[in-house]
Every structure is written in C-alpha cells, then in structure tokens.
Design a binder for this molecule. Structure first.
Ligand code: GDP
Ligand code: MG
Length: 239
C-alpha cells in the first residue's frame, strides 16, 4: 500500500491547463508583441549598457530562430530587421515593454555554423558571441534554438561550455527544439528526453511555429525570467 504523505497539489485534471496559465500566456504574448527594433552592433562594446533584463536567442543558421522570434512576437518585421544588409553578422537588440516603458531586451545573435562563411569570419564571430554571452552584465537568460532532427551539434556544445559557468551562477537557460511538427510523437519524446540530459540545468521545450506548439510555454517562461517579482509562485517543483 502507498502512503498518504504526499497529498495531490490540486484535485483538478492533470492535463488541462489551469485558467490561470491561459491568462499568463495571454499576458506574456501581449508583452512579447510590443517588441521593437532598438539597435544593432557589430561587437559587444558598441552595445549600450542597459539595466533591464536581456534574453539572448542563439543557434545554428537555419535552426528556426527568426521564425521562432517572429512567432513569439507575432511580428514579421523583427527578423527582417536582423536580415537587413550589414546586420546579419550583428548583435540586434529589440526592446520589450508595455506603454513604451522598456522592461526587457530581446537579443538576436547571428546564426552560426553556416558552411559558406569564410573561416576567419567564423572565428571572429565566435569570439564576439562568446564575449557577449560571458560578459554582458544584464544578460538574464539564453534561448538556444536547435533543430531536433540534427540534435545538438559540435558548435552548440561549444556554446554550452562557454555559458556553463554563468548558468551555474543562475543565468536562465532554455533549449527550444524547433520544427517539432516534423517529428513523430515518439521521436519528439525521445529527443526531448535526450536533450534534457544534455541541457546542464537548463529547460528544454518542443516548439513548432506551423503547429503553434510550445508557443505559450516559451512565452510564459520568458515573461517569468524577466518579471520574477510579478510571477505567482508555482507549486514547489524545484529539486
Ligand atoms: N516545418 C517547420 N519549418 C520551420 C519551422 N520553423 C522554421 N522553419 C523553417 O526552417 C527554415 C529556417 O528557418 P529560419 O527561421 O529562417 O531559421 P534561422 O536561420 O535560424 O533564423 C525556414 O525554411 C523555415 O520556414 C517550424 O516550426 N516548422
Ligand atoms: Mg534567421
């Protein structure tokens, strides 16, 4: 017989989201929709020092980063802003906040691993990115986009090594497995559990822009990262 020392947290259904979560997703998506192009810079030292929390999006070229940012912000011109000639190898910042009051920054870092890029540009870029990820003071969280059909690649692993000390110090970290619509249910479950083992203290979520899978969950997490004081405490699931 089992003991009764662990009462269930609630009597509601385990699968249906609580109404409260739906409201939280609406708030988070409304907030993400306020994203506006702020500035662009070729290197960290050209970026303005900022006080508000900053979330960086990183990933290999073609991982689905632009599509993910467009989906989360419900705007097409944002990723377009990062595609303008001269900005593709830049750090692009977007401001977020209701009523014109910036309360967070979303950073789009150029995709890496694109084969046609000359080697010396690749090395330069890796240094810019590592410098940004290691020293940007207001950096609060990192979202690593990964196409689950390829899994984490060598360059993703290098990035994980670079940020590991900061994650251990409390930097938030999320791996978004994109294009989940391309996977069968069992493939999705498998890659999710494998990636969780590799995520080193970070979270992992499945995402599909076409099927709108994971959109609410990623939005809520980004909101939570940047508004810790306004987040209602969740039932204790921490280890
Ligand atoms: N099926 C599917 N294709 C996607 C999804 N997200 C991105 N893609 C496709 O993947 C390719 C690369 O996406 P993009 O956002 O440009 O990747 P980026 O280089 O990381 O910015 C494009 O052809 C997208 O249409 C998704 O959720 N589902
Ligand atoms: Mg892109």
């Amino acid at each position: 017989m089992t003991t009764t020392s662990n009462p269930p947290p609630s009597s509601g259904s385990a699968t249906a989201p609580a109404p409260d979560e739906k409201t939280q997703a609406t708030i988070a998506l409304g907030w993400l929709h306020t994203a506006k192009f702020l500035t662009t810079a070729p290197e960290l030292h050209f970026l303005p020092p900022l006080e508000v929390p900053e979330i960086a999006f990183v990933g290999r070229s073609n991982a689905g980063k632009s599509t993910c940012i467009n989906t989360l912000t419900q705007q097409k011109q944002l990723a377009y802003a990062s595609k303008k000639p001269g900005r593709t190898q830049h750090i692009n910042l977007f401001s977020l906040g209701k009523q014109g009051i910036t309360d967070a920054i979303l950073t789009d870092l150029p995709g890496y691993g694109y084969a046609a890029v000359p080697k010396h540009d690749k090395i330069r870029w890796q240094q810019v990115m590592a410098n940004y990820l290691v020293t940007r003071k207001n950096l609060t969280g990192i979202v690593l986009l990964c196409d689950p059909r390829h899994g984490l690649t060598e360059l993703d692993e290098i990035l994980l090594d670079v940020i590991r000390p900061r994650v251990q110090e409390g930097l938030k970290f999320l791996i978004v497995l994109t294009k989940a619509d391309k996977l069968t249910r069992s493939e999705a479950a498998k890659v999710l559990s494998i990636t969780k083992l590799q995520a080193g203290g970070g979270e992992v979520m499945l995402f599909s822009a076409t099927k709108r899978k994971g959109v609410d969950d990623v939005a809520k997490l980004l909101w939570k990262w940047t508004h810790p004081q306004t987040t209602t405490p969740a039932p204790d699931a921490a280890t």
